[in-house]
Every structure is written in structure tokens, then in C-alpha cells.
Design a protein around this ligand. Structure first.
Ligand code: RIB
Length: 301
């Protein structure tokens, strides 16, 4: 079995749950607040580890209480955190997440995530590993690590979330790109929604420039496209509490299954089932499912 190496963000999530989100200038009462571990990178690492993959995390936290807590959460979740550096004088990343009606809106304050540099990563990629990045840490570092990992024969996965300006050449170092319909529209200029026909979404996927592109489409499932093939998979039924981190769960689960040598289509189906489990609990990292939960979901299909 190979290893999963996730490089990217760690955040403390401030989750505010209310019946609805306030309009600009409006105050509403009756909300509840939770402080829970998050950050797309850390969520993906925790998902992969919880699903049985040997996992390492590379990233940066500040020298504050949140940073210590996030490193400890990784360790408790079975993720090797020795590649998570503590940056003196900086705050740990924080995300304000407003949850209403099961849906969420996220505002991030990058903090120490912005200090992540490829040159400070001592861990070298090895053939057979799965390296996973996102766009919550500097793009230059993401590009450099993807390039190095790919050159060594590792499998590279990039979750283009949130969409940020990036050089198109970066996609050449990506084996599998994962993004939702909003990010796919932003990246390619294609006019698509989660309901667009399969061929329209596949065309947008091919425009992106990675070898394989997976468009995650929420309750519809996914469309996955390679140079001359396309595959759609339906979502699993779920009792939605909070969709925060569902995409991260998908990416972490996909990486875990690929590192175990499973085929791409089987890994994607497994990851779809895992993501459907994650939306049934509040928060991102704490909602990542166990292998038993995913197996139960798959057997119900
Ligand atoms: O994808 C969900 C994550 O995005 C949250 O945990 C939050 O920290 C933001 O990074």
C-alpha cells in the first residue's frame, strides 16, 4: 500500500448555524457557534487516514492555541504531522462558516497558510505515493510540489478549491483534478451548472488541461472525464446536516483508495459514498467517516 501526502491548509473553523444567513447590514439572533478543526488540506488528510491510508500532512500553522490544537487533531486522527511547521508571530488560518439549511458559505483568513513554501518542505516524493494539493496555500508552492511529485512517479491530485488565479501550465503536473461545478465554470469560462448535460460538463473538464478531471456535482454525483472517455456516477442518498468538507472527504477518500491500488472508477464510487456520509454530521474534519460507515453506505446502494 502506498502513502498519501497532503500538502496545504489547516484552519480553525468558526461555524455559525442559523435558520438563514443575514442580508448585508442585517443582524439576526438565535445562532449557535462551534469551533471545529478544518482547512481543506487537513480535512483531506484526516479523511484519508480515517479510511485506512498511511497519511502525512505538510503545512504551516501559527504559534497560537489554534495551531497547537490543529496539530494535535491530526495526530489523534492518525496523520503524521511532522511536516506541519509552526510559524512564529503568525496566526493560524481561520475560516468563518455560515451554515443555514444544510448549505454553507465560507470566508477564509489564511494566516500562516500563506507562509507555506515548497523550499521548506523536506519530505521528498517517492514513486507509488499519492500527493494531494489544493488552492488555500500559495500557488507557487503547489505548482513546485506537484511538479516534483509527478517527476518522481507519484500520482498527483489537485483540488482546485477555492478557485484562484493560477498558471495553466500547473495542470500539466496534475494526474487527477477535482473541482465542483462553480470552480469548473470559473476555471474554464464554461457556462455550466450542476444540472448541465454530461457532454457539456465533460467538454468543460477537457478544457481544464489535466489528464483526468472529476467534476463533483453535489446531490447529482459526479462527471469524470479523460481524453477520450467520460463516466458519470450518481450520488448516494443522505440526510444532509452540513455539506462543509464534503468535497474534502471525496478527495481524501479518493487518494486513500488510489494509494491502496484500487481502480479510478472504484475509488471514485467509494469516495462518493464517503462524501455522502460526511454531510450527515456538523463540521468538516469531525464529519469524516470510518471504513465501516462507508461500507454500510455502499451496501445499501
Ligand atoms: O472545504 C471546507 C473547508 O474550507 C473548511 O474546513 C474551511 O476551513 C475551508 O478551508
Amino acid at each position: 500500500m502506498g502513502k498519501v501526502i497532503v500538502f496545504g491548509s489547516l484552519n480553525m473553523d468558526v461555524i455559525v448555524q442559523s435558520d438563514r444567513r443575514p442580508a448585508a447590514g442585517e443582524t439576526i439572533l438565535g445562532a449557535t457557534v462551534s469551533l471545529l478543526p478544518g482547512g481543506k488540506g487537513s480535512n483531506q488528510a484526516i479523511a484519508a487516514a480515517r479510511l485506512g491510508a498511511k497519511t502525512e500532512m505538510l503545512g504551516v500553522v501559527g504559534d497560537d492555541a489554534f495551531g497547537g490544537e490543529l496539530r494535535a487533531v491530526l495526530k489523534r486522527s492518525g496523520v503524521n504531522n511532522s511536516g506541519v511547521r509552526i510559524q512564529r508571530g503568525m496566526s493560524t488560518g481561520v475560516a468563518l462558516i455560515q451554515v443555514a439549511g444544510g448549505d454553507n458559505a465560507i470566508t477564509g483568513a489564511s494566516g500562516a497558510n500563506g507562509a507555506f513554501k515548497a523550499a521548506e518542505v523536506r519530505r521528498a516524493p517517492r514513486r507509488g505515493e499519492v500527493w494531494v494539493g489544493q488552492f488555500e496555500t500559495p500557488v507557487a508552492a503547489t505548482e513546485a510540489l506537484l511538479r516534483k511529485a509527478r517527476a518522481t512517479g507519484a500520482t498527483t491530485i489537485l483540488n482546485l478549491a477555492p478557485m484562484v488565479p493560477h498558471p495553466p501550465r500547473l495542470l500539466k503536473f496534475v494526474d487527477i483534478a477535482v473541482l465542483n461545478e462553480i470552480e469548473l465554470a470559473q476555471a474554464t469560462g464554461a457556462r455550466i451548472t450542476a444540472r448541465s448535460p454530461e457532454r457539456t460538463i465533460a467538454a468543460a473538464c477537457r478544457k481544464l488541461g489535466a489528464r483526468i478531471v472529476i467534476a463533483t456535482l453535489g446531490g447529482r454525483g459526479l462527471v469524470m472525464a479523460g481524453p477520450d472517455w467520460v463516466l458519470s456516477l450518481p450520488a448516494f442518498k443522505a440526510k444532509v446536516v452540513d455539506t462543509t468538507g464534503a468535497g474534502d472527504c471525496f478527495v481524501g477518500a479518493l487518494a486513500a483508495r488510489l494509494s491502496a491500488g484500487v481502480s479510478l472508477s472504484d475509488a471514485a464510487r467509494y469516495a462518493t459514498a464517503a462524501a455522502s456520509c460526511s454531510v450527515e454530521r456538523l463540521g468538516a474534519a469531525p464529519a469524516m467517516p470510518t471504513p465501516r460507515e462507508v461500507a454500510a453506505r455502499l451496501s445499501r446502494a
